[in-house]
Ligand binder design. Sequence first.
Ligand SMILES: C[S@@+](CC[C@H](N)C(=O)[O-])C[C@H]1O[C@@H](n2cnc3c(N)ncnc32)[C@H](O)[C@@H]1O
Length: 410
Amino acid sequence: MAEHPAYPVGLRLAGRRVVVLGGGQVAQRRLPALIAAGADILLVSPEATPSVEAMADAGEIVWERRPYADGDLADAWYALIATSDPEANTRASAEGEAHRVWCVRSDDADAATAWTPATGHSEGVTVAVLTTDARGRDPRHTAAVRDAVVEGLRDGTLVAPHHRTRTPGVALVGGGPGDPDLITVRGRRLLAEADVVIADRLGPRDLLAELPPHVEVIDAAKIPYGRFMAQEAINNALIEHARKGRSVVRLKGGDPYVFGRGMEELQALAEAGIPCTVVPGISSSISVPGAAGIPVTHRGVAHEFTVVSGHVAPDDERSLVDWPALARLTGTLVVLMGVDKIGKIAETLVAHGRSPDTPVALVQEGTTAAQRRVDATLATVAETVRAEDVRPPAVIVIGEVVGVGPRTTE
Ligand SMILES: C[S@@+](CC[C@H](N)C(=O)[O-])C[C@H]1O[C@@H](n2cnc3c(N)ncnc32)[C@H](O)[C@@H]1O
């Protein structure tokens, strides 16, 4: 049998009986995919790992707490034989053979009538990798091939154009805080499929360098806006390129909906009848403090965190922020776009009850090679920002969480 390559096939197991013998690590690894396939799963095993037990408790599988007995495979379409008793595995294999049930054996690939491929998924396809013969079996190699294919499809380094499902219109993609590794898998794939990318100054600029030469990369800050407001000019550019039938990615820093004007762009596109998909991103408000060793919450220290825009000063009539209320909170304040106004912000927080000794950290250009952290207190922060020449972009963290971790960066 082993001299011939295995014949690859996709089993459609929904509603069909699958018998799993043994409730150990093998079952734990294989059961989720069988459950996802909708199989009617009977587990026969005196014991099971806590994860397998949880699947039984959740009603995802039926568990009979006993050893394998002849006849267990009678109603099965497919079986996974993985008990710790080789003799029981052999008997079960023989039963599978007699009833023509395809059986996977965890202990003896040669004696099995089916092999489990290394599988992975990427946007609508399942990648399944099988070894060609049992003697040359090298599960690490098949897993590595699977990983290479799936990773390549996800990050766009392996290009398999979508002929039917290419995303039309515009994708508003949250690019994360700056480190190119911190964009989502979906965002990266859409970037790899784009004809036009309109990018902000913030976000993963390094990814733009990897785009193929035919991709038009437009710096949002440089779009001429004449009599328009800059945002309107960006909206118009998105609409114009999408109307030419091109796949457009609007690459934004962090998350598109956190002070990112994502909804304004989505509304403009909706009004123009252009389909738009929004891909969330890792917001700098959480990830940049984290990159500098500051958790925005910490047990026993802060039970809340509030993300605030500091682009207008507290005494500015355009401000929508209730700073006195924020001063009364005991948790973490995360201020974005606040470097210029931090003096006024600190003053207002202290005037309304926050201690002047409250720790403050400013993290400039977080997650990039230029990341820098400067510490102060509410009393000293205005002077520290001047003395240390802290510049935007920076995330400002105010609260006791600033002091809980070891300092990871300078
Ligand atoms: C217009 S807001 C956009 C926020 C973005 N949508 C997000 O979710 O992170 C820009 C502000 O985000 C913060 N910011 C974004 N990326 C940053 C980074 N890598 N390091 C420090 N601050 C950053 C700064 O406060 C900056 O002024």
